[in-house]
Design a protein around this ligand. Sequence first.
Ligand code: C2E
Ligand code: MG
Ligand code: MG
Ligand code: MG
Length: 291
Amino acid sequence: RAKRDHRGQDLQYSEQMGAEARSRALLLSELREAIENRELFLVYQPQINLATNGLVGIEALLRWRTEDGRFVPPDKFIPVAEHSGLIVALGQWVLMAACATMRELLDAGAAPQRIAVNVSTVQLQDPGFLEMVCDALASSGLRGDHLELEITESVAALPTELLKSTLSAMRAKGVSIAIDDFGTGYSSLSYLEQLPLDRIKIDRSFVRQLSEPDGARIAEMVVQLGRKLGLSVLAEGIEDAAVCKALLAMDCHEGQGYHIARPMDKKALVTWLQTYCPNAKAESPAQTAAP
Ligand code: C2E
Ligand code: MG
Ligand code: MG
Ligand code: MG
């Protein structure tokens, strides 16, 4: 009897897997079509120095708005793009578009120090990756230090030598490297210590907890970990002024989040850049429109 129950469970399980695989395949074909129909675009979220409120960077984030006006979140379609390998072409488009925007901002005299672009572990494995990044820089006439690549702790799954040489080659060009969602992955500290990195981005799950007493302790440990590794530390998901203050007190000097500015399309970004005033920022909460 026990055996039969178990088999029943297995069958149910595999049916579920079938449904999941089917919906993934459907989403993938919709995504391919969406790319052709130009339904994908980038939004940009400012990153500031928490001590001076000065702008330091902008992060490019991918958006998919379907023909009928629905937004498909990147957390849903990026994994599908990764699983199929489509992320290599899509990620190239993202980098090109982000670099082109940075070029425009530089030409307009309104650029931050750097633009940060999310890079999937799948892209890093691609043999054409380095050349792709160099092409994107060259075709937009950017210096390496105008660009930051955000990678996640899942890079720990890659062969260490390949990863080290790829990241070192990027850094030799002046490109900086940040570990995104720091503290949520499973990479060992000794592994991270071996990598040529510039910055860690504290995941917003820790930043959110800052308003709670025990949460602050954990967040502080994560910040200190980054500092001890000799890296610059940026907090993501800052939603109020109190969190800003708490982060500064724990030696975290950079941040981004709804309190500072929401991700904005290019037009809104340009307006934001023109009107942003670091000195006024300390007093008034951010008043930016949702994208
Ligand atoms: P991420 O790189 O960690 O990006 C931060 C996410 O937090 C973004 O979500 C952003 O909109 C959101 N966020 C920013 N400030 C706040 C805040 O104050 N509160 C809250 N609750 N959320 C905030 P988004 O745009 O939905 O992106 C989700 C993830 O999808 C990104 O996380 C990144 O891992 C991935 N992603 C987005 N664009 C790309 C891309 O072009 N390539 C790749 N490979 N991944 C991307
Ligand atoms: Mg990111
Ligand atoms: Mg992040
Ligand atoms: Mg995150």
